[in-house]
Write a protein that binds this ligand. Structure first.
Ligand SMILES: [Zn+2]
Length: 245
């Protein structure tokens, strides 16, 4: 019992770390709409590299289960997007135009979705050994910071304040403490699902990058800038993920 509380608290800490990703925006007083092109390109690179990291992780558990997960993730996001588009105005983000609110909702939604699997990863690792669990929790906490940055990059230039962007970032990671405890208590049940979950999250995120973030970036900034920023931020995120392993 005491162990479950420990797992929960550590996973909660990884969620809170996501909020740190909003902090760079404290330095920039008025991130205006003109930032949206570069901002979206940056977020696209971060999310692209993060999703490749998920696939890589999944492959260590099983090729076919990961591949199945990717297909399900793609299917899920296509259906979800249809449903959101039917709604007149997603009322979650007050003060935003309908189009912006829809995009913001999709990005926060996809990031929240992928946190479920990461919560399972924390719990399953703790089931393996406490040292492994601790390592994965710390690695995920650090990994969450650029993901919070990606979310803030989408929200802040669309008019959301830094504090609220930090809060949305933390909320997107709340599934981590929520899922970590049951996955820890029922490792045998959850661990076979892990590669599919990782693939699922990766499929949804890659789709998001190419169907929302990159086209959006291209509307506001020229092709050369967008490509350069996507490539550089993806490379930086890959290097970052490699270093915190
Ligand atoms: Zn992640």
């Amino acid at each position: 019992m005491a162990e479950s509380v420990w797992v929960f608290l550590l996973a909660l800490l990884t969620a809170v770390a996501t909020g740190l990703g909003a902090l760079p925006f404290l330095l920039f007083q008025n991130p205006t709409r003109s930032w949206l092109g570069v901002s979206n390109a940056l977020a696209a690179g971060l999310m692209l590299a993060a999703s490749l990291g998920l696939v890589y992780e999944g492959l260590a558990y099983g090729l076919w289960r990961t591949a199945l997960g990717i297909l399900l993730g793609l299917l899920f996001i296509v259906v979800t997007r249809r449903l959101i588009q039917r709604e007149e105005h997603p009322a979650v983000f007050a003060g935003m135009g309908a189009l912006d609110a829809r995009k913001a909702l999709l990005v926060v939604g996809v990031m929240t979705l992928h946190s479920f699997t990461e919560g399972v990863a924390i719990g399953v690792s703790f089931g393996g050994s406490e040292a492994l669990g601790l390592f994965i929790a710390v690695a995920l906490a650090v990994h969450n910071i650029p993901e919070g940055l990606a979310i803030s990059l989408v929200l802040v230039p669309r008019g959301i304040g830094v504090g609220r962007a930090a809060l949305w970032s933390i909320l997107s990671s709340v599934p981590q403490p929520v899922m970590a405890v049951p996955a820890f208590l029922f490792v045998a049940l959850f661990s076979p699902l892990l590669p599919s979950g990782l693939g699922f999250a990766a499929g949804a995120m890659v789709w998001m990058v190419f169907s929302e973030l990159v086209p959006d970036a291209l509307e506001e900034a020229n092709g050369a800038t967008v490509t350069t920023v996507v490539a550089l931020s993806a490379a930086a995120m890959v290097a970052f993920q490699f270093l915190i392993r």
